[in-house]
Design a protein around this ligand. Structure first.
Ligand SMILES: *Cc1c(COP(=O)(O)O)cnc(C)c1O
Length: 452
């Protein structure tokens, strides 16, 4: 299976290179040359399989025998070792919960699978890798937890000391072993700049630094799996079409779904649910792409993205081309795009209103990102009554207990924390005692700690 860059200005690479490199040398994203297909019989057989069985069939379709079946089984079992409930909420509308991993966000799917695939390739090559990550809060925890105890990978996470929550800090500092966490006296941008400078530093070239960036194809692959899984739990008829409502920020989740559809999953339409960062619905309507700059701050904060990086892959899938700065080289096939995706922007007021109404009607708590998805579904149901015979699946992408203040202020109920988050409170912390005041401090640390 070969990958090209969405900028079409660097060489095609194989799966391993795409994974270990993360991003193409011309700053494009790696995308599959050809998407494998599943037969209707295979899709139908998923109904009687468990998640791991389905996952193995799909991943093998992409990577063939690059990873042996036995190894792949171990990787998937180990990475995706949590529940993925699909619950009927009302009539034909279901929610698929992607919030049961160790950091209670759907990022666990991508990060945990990527970590194990990277480790597998490093073991074969007998090499090591150092992952550098700057975080404003959530990504650092997901990456640190995902790479924890990977024998060939060390992780250094930099976080702004005074700008993250205690829970977020504990997710990074309580791991120790191969995860080193630094609290920086500064802002997220200062952390980001230290990491970027290190990547560009010629004197650190021998260290094999890498990033576990959300644009790595290895994070996308596992994001196709829960589309097949949730579909197989709810349909009755062979070939039955469904709707998916996808809370979208950087559009990695939606891209996973579009790939699933190209593989043969019968999806009538994707509802791409965005917050007030409405560059995508505007583009679908007008055919003109314009970033939202600066991005808008909404309560669904993981979706505050004014120029989603995975748009490059979506353009590519529909015959278009757009680069990392948002310059469009070729408009994708708008007719096809509009047939497959509809997108609605949900403002904070409507998001809050949805959280309240959802609780009143269904006695269940939904958090801000899932609420954006649910609100968009409701608009779709109203605007497209001709599809009201179809079942729908909305993704809940984080656990409500990660947004206690918002939820308490809206419905006066404090969402119960899952044990996996509660346990973190009792853990001992190991923040790195070294003071990192400037880049030289950071560089010295990397050289001392990682040079052999
Ligand atoms: C990252 C994230 C999203 C957005 O997913 P994309 O793949 O970036 O579109 C939605 N909800 C939560 C909780 C997230 O962490």
């Amino acid at each position: 299976m070969k990958f090209h860059s969405t900028n079409y200005n660097s060489k095609e690479v194989d799966f391993e290179t795409a994974i270990l490199r993360g991003q193409a040398l011309d700053n494009g994203l790696y995308m599959l040359n050809k998407i494998p297909k599943l037969t209707e019989e295979t899709l139908d057989s998923f109904k009687s399989m468990d998640f791991i069985e389905i996952a193995l069939i799909i991943i093998s379709k992409f990577i063939g025998d690059i990873i042996s079946e036995e190894k792949l089984k171990k990787i998937v079992n180990n990475a995706l070792n949590f529940e993925i409930p699909v619950e009927k909420i009302v009539n034909d509308d279901y929610i698929c919960y992607l919030d049961r991993g160790p950091t209670c966000s759907f990022k666990d799917f991508g990060a945990r699978t990527l970590a194990r695939i990277m480790d597998y390739f490093l073991e074969i090559e007998n090499k090591e890798l150092i992952i550098l990550t700057a975080t404003s809060g959530d990504t650092g925890g997901a990456v640190a937890q995902a790479f924890y105890e990977m024998p060939r990978i060390k992780v250094a996470v930099l976080y702004p000391k005074d700008e993250i929550s205690d829970l977020q800090r504990k997710q990074m500092t309580s791991l120790d072993k191969n995860v080193i966490a630094f609290g920086i006296n500064g802002k997220f941008d200062d952390c980001q700049s230290l990491v970027k400078t290190a990547f560009a530093d010629e004197e650190l070239k021998n260290l094999r630094l890498s990033s576990a960036n959300s644009i790595n194809f290895g994070r996308l692959l596992p994001q196709t799996l829960y589309y097949f899984w949730s579909y197989s739990r709810i349909v009755e008829k062979k070939g039955e079409e469904v709707l998916f409502s996808v809370p979208s920020g950087n559009f990695g989740n939606l891209t996973g779904g579009l790939i699933a559809k190209k593989m043969g999953l019968p999806v009538k339409r994707f509802i791409s649910a965005v917050n007030e960062n409405d560059e995508f619905p505007t583009f679908l309507r007008t055919g003109i792409y314009k970033k939202v700059e600066p991005s808008k701050k909404c309560i669904s904060n993981a979706m505050n993205v004014g120029h989603p990086s995975n748009l490059a892959r979506i353009f590519d899938l529909y015959g278009g081309q757009i680069d990392e700065s948002g310059d469009v080289y070729k408009i994708p096939n708008m007719e096809e795009l509009r047939k497959d995706i509809v997108s609605f922007s949900i403002n904070d007021e409507a998001t809050k209103d949805t959280i309240v109404k959802f609780y009143e009607k269904h006695k269940k708590i939904i958090e801000p990102h899932g609420a954006v998805g649910w609100a968009a579904l409701k608009i779709y149901r109203k605007n497209f009554p001709e599809n009201n015979n179809l079942k729908s699946i909305t993704f809940e992408t984080a656990h409500p207990s990660k947004f206690p203040d918002e939820i308490i202020s809206l419905i006066k109920i404090s969402p119960e924390m899952p044990n996996i988050l509660k346990m973190i409170w009792d853990n001992k912390e190991f923040p790195n005692p070294k003071e990192i005041g400037n880049y030289q401090d950071f560089k010295n640390f990397l050289l001392e700690e990682f040079s052999n």
